[in-house]
Every structure is written in C-alpha cells, then in structure tokens.
Design a protein around this ligand. Structure first.
Ligand code: G3I
Length: 384
C-alpha cells in the first residue's frame, strides 16, 4: 500500500464527509452522493462462491470470527453462515471470568462446553478469549482481590480453565489489554486490579500457568489501539513492544501477539511504514501475529448505505493489505461476522440512529462490500 493510495482514500473520505455535511444542509446536494460513490473503489468479485476461510487458506492464513453461545444456539441461519465462512470460532464473551465464575468456588462451563462441541461438530478450530483482563470480572472478585490472594486466584482460574480444554484450543489470549500509557504506571502498564495486587509480575505468572496447563496452545498477548499514526497509538506500540521484549528475554512462554484491530471508518492516519515496522519488530522476537478482533466502526460515516459500505470496505482492505505483508501474520479474525450481532450496535451507536454496518455480512446475512474487500486482501496477500 503506497502513501499515494492512502492519500487518495483520505481525500475521497474528506470529500464524502464534506458532501454529507452538504446533504444535510441542502437537499440539492443529494445529487452529490452517487457521484462520490463512483470515486470510491468498486468492490465486486466474481469468485463469490468461495468463502472467506477458503480465500484465507489459499495463503495459509486462518479466517475466523467471534460469536457466542446465545447466538449460535438460537439462530440457525446465522450459524450456517458462520460455519461456511469461518475456520476458527472465538467465544466473544463465554470464556470471560464473569461468565465462568459465578462465585469464588464455582465454575460454570455450560456455554463454553457447548461452543467446544459446536466447533467440533462443524470441524472448526476454537480459540480461548480471555484469561486475564481488567474487564468482565465478577463482582465477588472485584470486592475480594488483594495482594495476598491474587496469585492464588489467578493460578487456580488458569489451571482449571486451560486444563479443562487442554489440547483442544488453537490458542489462548492469556493476557488482554495490559497496556494503558494514560494510567501513568511504570512501563506504560494499565493500573488494573491484577497490576494493583501483583505488579507487572502478574503477566509472566499468567503465561507460565497457562503453558503448564496446556503445553500445546499458542499463548497470546492481545491488545488494542496500535493501528494508527497518532501519539496515543505510538505510545501504545512502544509500550507493547517493550513488554513483549521483556517477556521474551525472561523466557516467558509467550508465542503470539494479538493485534485487536478495531478500526475506525473516519480515521485516515494509517501509516504503512510505521505499522509494518512495528509488526516486523514483533516478528523478530520470534512471535506469531494474529489480527484478533477486526471490525470497522462506521460512526461519523455518511448515512447512505452504498457509500458507507464502500468506505468501510476500503478501510478493511487498506489495513489488511499492509498487515498481510508481514509473513508472521497467521490469522485474521473479525469481531463478529454479521451486522446482526455486533458489540458496536451497543457500544458505538450512530448519532442518526441508523443501524451500524461494521462487519462482512449484513443483518440479512448477505455479503457486503466488506466481505469482498477482505476476500480480495486475502487473494492478493503474499503466501505465508
Ligand atoms: O448477557 C447479558 C444479558 O443477559 C443482559 O441482559 C445484557 C444487559 O446489558 O448484558 C449481557 O451481557 C453483555 C455482553 O456483552 C453480551 O451481550 C454485557 O453487559 C456486556 O458488557 C458485554 O460486552 C462485551 C465486552 O467485551 C465486555 O465483556 C462485548 O459483547 C464484547 O464484544 C467485548 O469484547 C471486547 C473483547 O473482549 C476485548 N477487546 C475489546 C472488545 C470490544 O470491547
């Protein structure tokens, strides 16, 4: 991806947004939208019979998506599309502490076990998300965690959960989102309950416990806010790389880095050189890389669906074209498959009240331009 292409997209985007402002100001500006449509890349592909998993696997990549028990067990049409498009299933919420741990002494594996069975039945791989995070913690944990009991709680949780699914998980997000430079802690670390109780050592502790419980899983450090050329993302990239360097030099069993990749459709500050350098630096530590939570927020994009879908698709394709140039990238996972079920419909609503459209399939489960853009990015990616 050249700077020229990115500048072109930025110009198109600015033109589109300018026109939309015009549309709201005057009805005569409506005529502008089709003209602007033509400026944005046309996303059509004749090989529509293929699935994303097929396009990915031709380049030795894995494509998959996040979903959950509630959705897959109740929506057969969606499940059928999921099984067709995906090679790997990521439980979006069903392996988080809040779901697994009703009390300090109990584990509830009902939903997670169902998902494992679903994956096995449909010959999907399954990936664990997530063992250590500052969110989705049960109230009892938040109320009782302290520096005396935190290590015991953490190790028992990891031993039990990872041990139960040992040999069955493709990979585990062992530690999620440990970086938050804004918290002003040493090494840019997040001031999470785990950090407060155990300091930075909780990270190594978690990886060692996971490796002991499942020696075959690919153990991943997963984080967000690393994609753009902004001072905030610079600080996060720097702190993430340094964390991974420390872990590797201490011999911690971390095997992969998960780049969440929650993209923003109005954001144009993508810097291919910076991004590729970051990925190369990570790869040089001997780590595999996975795009773990890809989606494109459409808040602030024009209301017109055809135009909005093309801008979202364009954001997918530009990003993947950069990232897939790095041979250490082994998987691309979207955070959801269809706009029917996306966290963004609750967490990032549009001001105009229209439904958000961040994923490869529409609410009707039909393929959107984003699907084509992802397929094409796989198709043009270098082989691993
Ligand atoms: O299941 C309950 C339901 O019973 C209840 O009626 C409803 C009321 O709001 O809440 C439901 O639980 C919600 C759950 O999503 C399922 O919809 C939780 O409140 C809500 O907090 C939870 O949000 C999830 C969020 O992580 C926090 O765990 C999102 O679905 C999920 O997409 C999001 O995923 C995170 C990744 O784990 C880490 N990276 C960022 C990513 C996006 O925030």
């Amino acid at each position: 991806m050249s700077w020229r292409c990115l500048r072109k997209r930025r110009n198109v985007l600015q033109l589109c947004l300018g026109a939309v402002a015009g549309v709201t100001a005057s009805t005569s500006a409506n005529a502008e939208v089709p003209r602007l449509n033509a400026l944005v890349k046309e996303f059509t592909d004749s090989r529509v019979d293929g699935s994303l998993r097929q396009f990915a696997s031709r380049k030795q990549l894995i494509y998959g998506a996040a979903s959950g028990y509630a959705v897959l067990s109740s929506d057969p049409a969606f499940s059928a599309h999921f099984v067709k498009e995906c090679e790997i299933l990521v439980p979006e919420n069903d392996l988080k502490w809040k779901r697994l741990r009703p009390t300090a002494d109990e584990f509830d594996f009902a939903a997670a076990d169902w998902l494992l069975k679903f994956a096995q039945t449909h010959r999907l791989q399954i990936r664990g998300h997530t063992l250590v995070w500052h969110l989705s913690l049960p109230d009892w944990l938040k109320e009782t965690i302290n520096s005396q009991n935190a290590e015991r709680l953490l190790v028992k949780h990891i031993e039990t959960v990872v041990g139960r699914y040992a040999g069955k998980m493709h990979s585990w997000d062992v530690v999620n989102e440990a970086i938050e430079p804004g918290d002003e802690q040493p090494n840019g670390l997040r001031n999470s309950p785990w950090f407060q109780a155990l300091g930075e050592d909780y990270i190594e502790l978690a990886f060692r416990a996971a490796a002991e419980a499942d020696p075959n899983a690919l153990l991943t450090y997963n984080d967000y806010g690393l994609e753009y050329d902004t001072p905030e993302n610079d600080a996060r990239r720097d702190a993430t790389l340094k964390l991974l360097e420390r872990l590797k030099s201490d011999g911690t069993p971390v095997h992969a880095f998960g780049m969440q990749s929650h993209l923003d459709g109005v954001e144009t500050r993508l810097n291919p050189v910076k991004l590729q350098t970051f990925l190369k630096d990570i790869a040089s530590l001997g780590l595999k890389i996975m795009v773990t939570e890809l989606d494109v927020k459409d808040v602030g994009l024009p209301a017109a669906i055809a135009l909005r879908d093309r801008l979202v698709a364009s954001a997918y394709e530009e990003y993947l074209n950069i990232v897939l140039n790095e041979p250490a990238v082994i998987a691309v996972l979207t955070w959801g498959l269809s706009d029917r079920y996306t966290w963004l419909s609750r967490f990032s609503r549009r001001e105009d009240g229209l439904s958000v459209r961040p994923l490869p399939l529409g609410v009707d489960l039909n393929r959107k331009p984003a699907w084509n853009a992802i397929a094409r990015a796989f198709d043009t990616a270098p082989s691993r």
